[in-house]
Design a protein around this ligand. Structure first.
Ligand code: ZN
Length: 316
């Protein structure tokens, strides 16, 4: 009976995602959420974890974006000790320690079938339990990477809080009505800390000018850094890390793990950094804004300037 329901919902979902190519993406996201919630009803794993794992997997596989709905599970995980034999019988896979299962009741555990993939992932998690900590443990054992676990957990928190999987709103970091100036300085050489290139855009403004989050996200880091001074780091749902440095102050009560919204004030412009905690005034006050992308293996900086000019145009 439960299997039938799974099959039914996967069919509806696949149909919907196909139609969605011609329709608005909103519909597709809505049908995805409905699907995750059905998975929750069947497996007791909160829907936002399915959504978060799915989102994370999409983020790290951006190059093959032909919207294969499923999660790419590596052969070694799916087939266990038989990664080269690739058996299709779920009982054999299970016997050899693979996580591949048959979710759509066709007798085959197919790593390219979304139904089988999501069902398999839920069964993998269930071995560890249902609590937040259990799911974290399951994710750690799956990815063997703290950054992956922490990103998925943050996505889950955002999805749960807002009951959505899409966060398209952005904001320019400096509110309207304040004086500021910036130009493209990405990649420039900089003086402090040896041979490092400038990984970000400097937005010059007066001391105390509000600094806002450019995205929805979760605060990943907050505190002092020798180069960045008082700085804050925010992870968004696209595996991007937003870095705000040289702050004069932090918004009151803001702390690691908090959700922030696009346009929410997180601190103010200052000139802290380039020395031990509290060092300030070694350069004119400005916000250093950096963007970093994580692909599941490593994180690298990319030029935020084009994003800033776009957000500036629609600055709320
Ligand atoms: Zn800078």
């Amino acid at each position: 009976m439960k299997r039938r329901i799974v099959i039914l919902f996967f069919s509806i979902l696949l149909l919907n995602t196909t139609i969605a190519y011609a329709k608005e993406e909103v519909d597709s996201n809505q049908s995805k959420i409905e699907f995750y919630k059905q998975m929750q009803a069947l497996t007791f794993i909160p829907w936002y974890y399915f959504a978060a794992i799915h989102q994370y997997e999409k983020n790290i596989h951006t190059e093959d974006s032909d919207d294969s709905f499923g999660i790419q599970i590596p052969n070694q995980k799916w087939y266990g000790l038989l990664p080269n034999t690739t058996p299709r019988t779920p009982e054999v896979i299970q016997m050899f320690g693979g996580i591949g299962r048959d979710g759509n009741d066709d007798g085959i555990a197919d790593p390219n079938d979304p139904t089988d993939v999501f069902y398999s992932f839920s069964q993998y998690i269930k071995q560890y339990g249902y609590s937040e900590q259990d799911i974290r443990t399951a994710l750690w054992n799956y990815y063997k990477r703290e950054m992956s676990v922490s990103s998925i957990t943050k996505y889950a928190k955002l999805f749960e809080t807002y009951d959505t999987v899409t966060f398209d709103d952005h904001a320019f970091p400096i509110p309207k009505g304040y004086n500021y100036s910036y130009k493209n300085t990405w990649g420039d050489a900089r003086g402090f800390g040896g041979r490092r290139i400038h990984e970000g855009t400097d937005i010059f403004a007066n001391y105390g000018t509000p600094v806002r989050s450019t995205t929805y996200g979760v605060i990943e880091l907050k505190g002092w850094n020798r180069y960045g001074g008082w700085r804050i780091g925010i992870r968004d749902t696209h595996n991007r890390y937003h870095y705000y440095a040289h702050l004069n102050s932090f918004a009151e009560g803001i702390k690691i793990g908090d959700i922030v919204e696009a346009g929410q004030t997180i601190g103010s412009v200052g000139s802290t950094g380039y020395g031990p905690p509290g060092t300030s005034g070694k350069f004119p006050p400005h916000l250093h804004y950096g963007m970093y992308k994580d692909d599941g293996n490593r994180q690298w900086s990319f030029d935020p300037f084009p994003y800033l000019t776009r957000w500036e145009k629609n600055n709320p």
